[in-house]
Ligand binder design. Structure first.
Ligand code: SF4
Length: 270
């Protein structure tokens, strides 16, 4: 039987990075939020001593179970949409934190060019370069418009990186320095510099040092255990909604987080 619940100003569907960040920002501003998450609750303590490759790497315990609920895709409307039976590189998280809990932490910014790929390509190579059948378009937002949001995200998540002159303008350096180099990376650096390249350490959401973010959330430095992707981080060193923004939203008392709440349809009047 349908049960009608009291109205709230905002309902967020899915408590991965996007839903959790929005929930934290809204609740900090005093707005009540109901967060609906189809999977289960997760805490950092769930990840203790779970370097179990069979469970997490091979049986993909943190992902949507494709044997129960799959995803279909097709490249155009004439094709039959086929179900995905095994994950490839696109892996869909399930549970609080979503894919933000099992990601590996590489945290590039898009290049300014990426946002204006159509107009900048045409500017450089001429209007005829992009054929009409190629569905290429600009994002409608530029790197400079988004820069302050990248900066806010990097401070919240404690992104570790080497500030190199590769991306567009940065208002601040990364909040924490780059990760350590392994002996192999040191050799790679020497060899590529000799060839005239400028190697640098990739920005990552794995903390290179203990860090307290602007919301007052303290997290420990990475222990280089190498169980990032497909696993949760038992040290809280990898930025994950569970250890960054969700506690901030919960602290306000304005977030009602409901797990095992699967949204199948959104109804609206018009
Ligand atoms: S300790 Fe470091 S390497 Fe291990 S899971 Fe956490 S962030 Fe990844």
């Amino acid at each position: 039987m349908v049960k009608k619940l009291p109205k709230v100003p905002v309902v967020v569907v899915g408590m991965g990075w996007a839903g959790s960040i929005i929930s934290a920002e809204l609740t900090k501003a005093g707005i009540e939020v109901v967060g609906l998450e189809r999977g289960r609750e997760r805490k950092m303590s769930d990840y203790l001593m779970v370097h179990d490759e069979l469970r997490f790497q091979h049986r993909e315990e943190m992902m949507q179970d494709l044997s129960k609920e799959t995803i279909t895709s097709r490249n155009n409307r004439k094709m039959r949409a086929l179900p995905m039976r095994h994950y490839g590189t696109f892996i869909v998280g399930d549970g609080v934190g979503g894919a933000g809990s099992h990601w590996n932490g590489q945290t590039y910014r898009f290049l300014p060019y990426d946002f204006e790929i159509k107009s900048l390509t045409q500017e450089r190579y001429g209007a005829g370069k992009i054929k009409s059948e190629i569905p290429l378009q600009d994002w409608g937002i530029t790197y400079d418009e988004l820069e302050s949001y990248y900066d806010t995200f990097e401070k919240m998540a404690g992104i570790s990186g080497e500030t190199v002159d590769l991306y567009g303008h940065r208002s601040n350096p990364y909040p924490t320095g780059p990760m350590l180099k392994t002996p192999v990376l040191e050799e790679f650096e020497k060899a590529t510099k000799k060839l005239g390249y400028n190697p640098y350490i990739l920005p990552s959401a794995n903390l290179s040092e203990n860090y307290e973010n602007p919301d007052g959330i303290s997290r420990m430095a990475c222990q280089y255990c190498a169980y990032c992707e497909n696993f949760g981080c038992e040290y809280g060193a990898k930025a994950d909604p569970v250890v960054t923004v969700i506690p901030v939203a919960q602290e306000t008392g304005k977030l009602d987080l409901r797990t095992h709440a699967n949204v199948t349809r959104i109804l609206n009047d018009d």
